[in-house]
Design a protein around this ligand. Sequence first.
Ligand code: PEP
Length: 243
Amino acid sequence: MPAKIVAGNWKMNGLHGSLNELIAISIAAKNLNCTTVICPPATLVWAAAQTQDIISVGGQDCHDKAIGAYTGEISAGMLADSGAKYVIVGHSERRSEYGETNSLVKRKATIAQASDLTPIICVGETLDERKAGRAIEIVLRDLTASVPGVSDFIVAYEPIWAIGTGLIPSIHDITEIHDALRNLLTDRFNLAGEKISLLYGGSVKSSNATEIFACINVNGALVGGASLTARDFIPIMHSLSNS
Ligand code: PEP
């Protein structure tokens, strides 16, 4: 069975005071039947990893090179050195605002693995693509071109139109995409493909988490807004643990 994982993406939110939320989340995570990951801004990765050892810490992005003259960038090795165990790559905000392509995402995922980080590879369709009936085609195309050669990664299906909007696809549509992702991964990686965790992301909240986690190939969630406070995030963690 794939591991059950709930990952919080804090994006460009969080100062040192926010570590109180992380500590509350880690206390709640202690006896749960799932892995909890928080991806704070890079400025908090080290401190977050130092505060506790129950949940894991992740980066939100990394460069595709190990070292060099890339002002302002952070390498996968630096994240690992700061205590991160995971890194998000190919988030739709990176793809749309910074022009990240599938081949760049693949290189980032590959260097993350080489740096002992587990990449969380994001894919998802736009609303126009969904309306045109192309969601499965787009998601499978992007995942095929974004995954590294080794199966040690996590996939997050995040429909772009569901991120931060309060909208989510129907349970039927989530199931359909996740089943297609699972088929692609087992075709490509055989038995190892059955063990890759598939996360759903996009407006996950305590009110919809239980029905989303009931989908057979949904193994967890990537959560943005509702991961910023322990009050909102802990009920989602409980839903996954009980699923
Ligand atoms: C995200 O940005 O990855 C995300 C899922 O955000 P939200 O939960 O706020 O929709």
